[in-house]
Write a protein that binds this ligand. Structure first.
Ligand code: ZN
Length: 434
């Protein structure tokens, strides 16, 4: 049976094409989404797209029940579950595939298990990559740390980190062919945003569930607060997807790619973007360059600068370069002073002493910021505070970091600068002890 595109959701299925033609802005598209939106790219297939912190969830009907890819975040999962049940009220859920262990993809599994228990049905089988199990143990062991870094990353002071994770029944290593109710799927492993990423190929309908290999922003292979990511392998996974000649690609976030005219440029440009950063970084490493030089010299390819799906709205290419270096060697940056450095506060005190006091540094930070030299201003403001510059130094540190927060395009940089800025804003208003 060949599956035909459904006609009822033309607008939703055309969003990618409009964005890629420059007729619709991707950030406006995200902002104007309803809380949940169900799209049917093919007969017997539905994707639930959510506004906010929750990944796309896709379900396929089969004669044995539904196969569901991902399950949403703690926030989005109940809405996703309800939307899927409105789309298909009766079929049991036979299988859930977790495309990777990130919180916005895995935290709705319990709803489907509870539903099966309530109706006296067998629980869905849960499929994940074998590295997902170790990821979940790390998440439990470092729960408080993860809560803090995610609050900072997403600028959400109330963000609650989940402490309970599901237990997969079937673990994938490189590749797994499955058939559910007579419908065949091939599950592929590839490293990219995580070491446990899966993407799913369904030959009938030529459909790929690409998960976070496709996120409608420049690839987040750099995240400064999270574990290692894999730029070059991310590109390889995209190239492997292209070999299948898919017609529908559903990313982890954002609109569906419906049609080869949008699938091809999206996947091949993103692969080329990643491969360029990887190659430039590797060439510089081989030439003996240190991290400092590499970080400031490597740039994304100019030819892809205007692609609406490669804008650094979430991560920053500079951070991706750091992760490419981190993967190729150790943590040392090539500067001997940084091998066994002095305490930050001791170095700050010494620099303040040489400069003539913390207030001199704070004033210079302010002047540099006024000239738009925020990188330098950031260092000097930090030294001024670390050396005991008190409320006045905190006021400058707050100003510098909040200005940087506004200037940076990426959510990850914004989150870190906002956190530092707000910390100093509070400290600059606190009663002084000196
Ligand atoms: Zn995601």
């Amino acid at each position: 049976m060949d599956e035909k595109p459904s006609s009822a959701n033309g607008d939703a299925l055309n969003a990618a094409r409009k964005i890629m033609a420059g007729e619709l802005n991707i950030l406006d598209w995200f902002r104007n989404l309803p809380k949940v939106c169900v799209v049917e790219p093919r007969e017997g297939m539905a994707t639930v797209i959510c506004r906010g912190l929750g990944a796309n969830v896709t379900a396929f009907k089969t004669e044995a029940g539904l196969l569901v890819c991902d399950s949403g975040s703690l926030d989005s999962a109940p809405l996703v579950h309800q939307a899927l049940r409105e789309w298909e009220p009766h079929q049991p859920v036979h299988t859930i595939i977790l495309t990777h262990g990130h919180f916005d993809h895995v935290n709705g599994v319990k709803l489907y298990m509870d539903e099966a228990d309530r109706l006296g049905r067998p629980r869905p089988q849960l499929i994940a990559h074998e590295n997902t199990v170790a990821r979940f143990s790390r998440y439990t062991e470092t729960a408080a740390h993860n809560e803090r870094i995610n609050r900072r990353q997403y600028s959400r002071s109330q963000f609650a980190w989940p402490t309970e994770y599901p237990h997969p029944d079937v673990l994938v290593r490189d590749k797994l062919d499955i058939s559910v109710g007579g419908v065949r799927f091939t599950i592929h492993h590839g490293r990219g945003e995580t070491d446990d990423h899966l993407w799913i190929w369904k030959p009938v309908g030529k459909t790929i569930i690409a998960s976070d290999f496709v996120i409608w922003a420049s690839p987040n292979a750099g995240n400064p607060q999270k574990v290692q990511r894999y730029a070059a392998e991310w590109a390889l996974a995209l190239r492997k997807m292209l070999e299948q000649q898919p017609e529908v690609v559903v990313g982890g976030h954002g609109p569906i790619l419906n049609g080869r005219d949008v699938v091809e440029p999206y996947l091949s440009d993103t692969a080329a973007w990643l491969q360029s950063l990887h190659q430039q970084t590797t060439d510089l490493l081989n030439s003996g360059a240190k991290l400092d030089e590499i970080v400031h010299r490597v740039k994304p390819p100019a030819a892809l600068k205007d692609r609406p799906y490669l804008q650094p709205n979430y991560d920053d290419p500079e951070f991706v370069v750091r992760n490419i270096v981190r993967l190729a060697g150790g943590w040392w940056d090539g500067n001997p002073a940084n091998l066994k450095p002095a305490r930050d506060a001791d170095l700050a005190a010494e620099i303040c002493h040489l400069a003539g006091g913390a207030q001199v540094l704070a004033a210079r930070a302010q002047a540099l910021a006024a000239q738009g030299q925020f990188r330098l201003a950031g260092h000097l403001a930090e030294y001024a505070v670390l050396a005991g510059g008190g409320r006045a130094a905190h006021a400058v540190r707050a100003m510098v970091n909040l200005a940087r927060m506004k200037l940076e395009p990426s959510q990850m940089a914004k989150g870190i600068f906002r956190d530092a800025g707000e910390e100093s804003q509070k400290a600059s208003q606190a009663p002084t002890t000196s």
